[in-house]
Design a protein around this ligand. Structure first.
Ligand code: ARG
Length: 451
């Protein structure tokens, strides 16, 4: 049964019910009950409801909370949404007094409250998961020791780096993602209850006390804004989408690394899947799905923006559509963090040594340090690279006098600079790919993650 039958001369058409009712909000049950408890208490404090009614309502809500916690709350096909279901159930338990709970309230402010309470909780969970993922990356970086790998630009080997430096790049990205959630949660922490359907109420409600009881930073400033705005939802969606974009980049690398061509990584059997046809296969499906699902979360963000676009103030039913997109984005991120984190933690990383050609920039910089303009140094080393490649050789094959002959500013002793290890050892820029930088990053990450 709907909450609004009085005005209507006939029952809702099945087609209307099928089209308008969404079950997505059922997962807001705990938040809806919590918000209702705070609302009922405020109605009592303000003398809007008589104490005996408040007592009955609170007892009824507590019983329903117990039902919900036990997974025994039953939704009916006739419940239009979670708010209607709770009011219906309260009526079954305490009778007529249930009809007083919705005093001074509308589902429009109620659903915003529920969503904010829900996202506050899930946002904290996502922050914890992102930090745990950053810790896995830091552990893997530590386990990598001083093992070297190539880093890439244009997927061509660029420079030698400590493998740890590559892994830590993702740790910093995910910490920023966690920070973004924190930031979104701070802005979201405003209580909309009391805004009512659109413009507030003639009853002496006290939104500030409800806000305080529910742990919000403040109550709303403008009732129309409170019920109509979904920037908090879209911002949460962006946090999910950006984190998924980061995970999908890592996922792509985890897929590449497991190829026999790359040979960088081996994952535990329990985090990989087999082929029904090809007996030798061991597939990185988790990483592929994380990569694929990043598309869905980006789509969810577009949905959250699209729902708002062109929507007149204040509440419109379009806004009901926010929940499916939000929950899809949040669930997907949560699942990806869990599964990909497990897969990464299970990985043994064994990248082959970088190509000897990755020392090319170091050779050019040797000449620069001795006074040659960079463009000339680049050209000199470029010619050397071309010659070596034509001869089927690499810089590792250069003899001391051969190197010295390549340019008057080279010296025979420079041959010791011709290895990727020497290249990494010579790296100086703070935050660059040196072992000093890696040690410093690990120490800083450990401090941040211990906080
Ligand atoms: N189910 C609605 C939503 O999710 C709740 C608010 C409905 N309000 C209304 N006047 N129909 O947005």
């Amino acid at each position: 049964m709907s909450l609004w039958g009085g005005r209507f001369g006939e029952a809702p058409a099945d087609a209307l019910w099928r089209f308008t009712v969404s079950h997505a909000d059922r997962r807001l049950l705990a938040e809806d009950l919590r918000g209702s408890v705070a609302h009922a208490r405020m109605l009592g404090r303000q003398g809007i409801l008589p104490a005996p009614d408040v007592t009955m309502i609170l007892q009824g809500l507590a019983d329903i909370q117990a039902e919900a916690a036990a997974g025994e709350f039953l939704f009916l096909a006739t419940d239009e949404d979670v708010h209607s279901a709770v009011e219906r159930r309260l009526g079954e338990r305490i009778g007529e007094a249930a009809g007083r709970l919705h005093t001074g309230r509308s589902r429009n402010d109620q659903v915003c409250l529920d969503l904010r309470l829900y996202l506050r909780r899930t946002g904290s969970e996502r922050i914890a998961q992102l930090r745990a993922f950053a810790a896995v990356l830091t552990d893997q970086a530590e386990a990598a020791g001083d093992r070297l790998a190539a880093c890439y630009t244009h997927l061509q080997q660029a420079q030698a780096v400590p493998l740890a430096h590559h892994l830590l790049a993702y740790a910093w990205m995910l910490l920023r993602d966690a920070d973004r959630f924190q930031d979104a949660l701070r802005r979201m922490n405003v209580c909309p209850l009391g805004a009512g359907a659109a413009a507030g109420s003639s009853l002496p409600l006290d939104p500030a006390s409800v806000a305080e009881e529910l742990g919000f930073e403040a109550a709303f400033d403008n009732s129309l804004d409170a019920v109509a705005s979904r920037d908090f939802a879209a911002e949460y969606g962006f946090c999910c989408a950006q984190a998924m974009a980061h995970l999908s980049r890592l996922a792509e690398e985890l897929v590449l690394w497991a190829t026999s061509e790359f040979g960088w990584a081996t994952y535990a059997d329990r985090f990989t899947t087999g082929s029904s046809a090809l007996p030798q296969k061991k597939n990185p499906d988790i990483a592929e799905l994380a990569r694929g699902r990043a598309a869905r979360v980006a789509g969810d963000l577009v949905t959250l923006l699209g729902i708002q676009k062109g929507l007149p103030l204040a509440y419109n039913r379009d806004l009901q559509e926010d929940k499916e997109a939000l929950f899809s984005a949040d669930d997907t991120l949560s699942g990806a963090l869990e599964a990909l984190g497990g897969m990464l933690a299970s990985a043994t990383l064994h990248p082959p040594p970088p190509s000897p050609f990755t020392v090319a920039l170091d050779l050019a910089e040797l000449l620069v340090a001795r006074g040659l303009p960079f463009r000339q140094a680049h050209h000199t080393v470029g010619r050397l690279v071309r010659r070596l490649q034509a001869e089927g050789r690499t810089p590792a094959d250069l003899a001391a006098d051969e190197l010295a002959a390549a340019h008057p500013l080279f010296q025979p002793a420079d041959v010791i600079r011709l290895s990727p290890a020497a290249s990494v050892a010579a790296r100086r820029v703070p935050g660059g790919a040196s072992m000093d930088s890696v040690r410093d990053q690990i120490a800083r990450l450990r401090t941040i993650l211990a906080d």
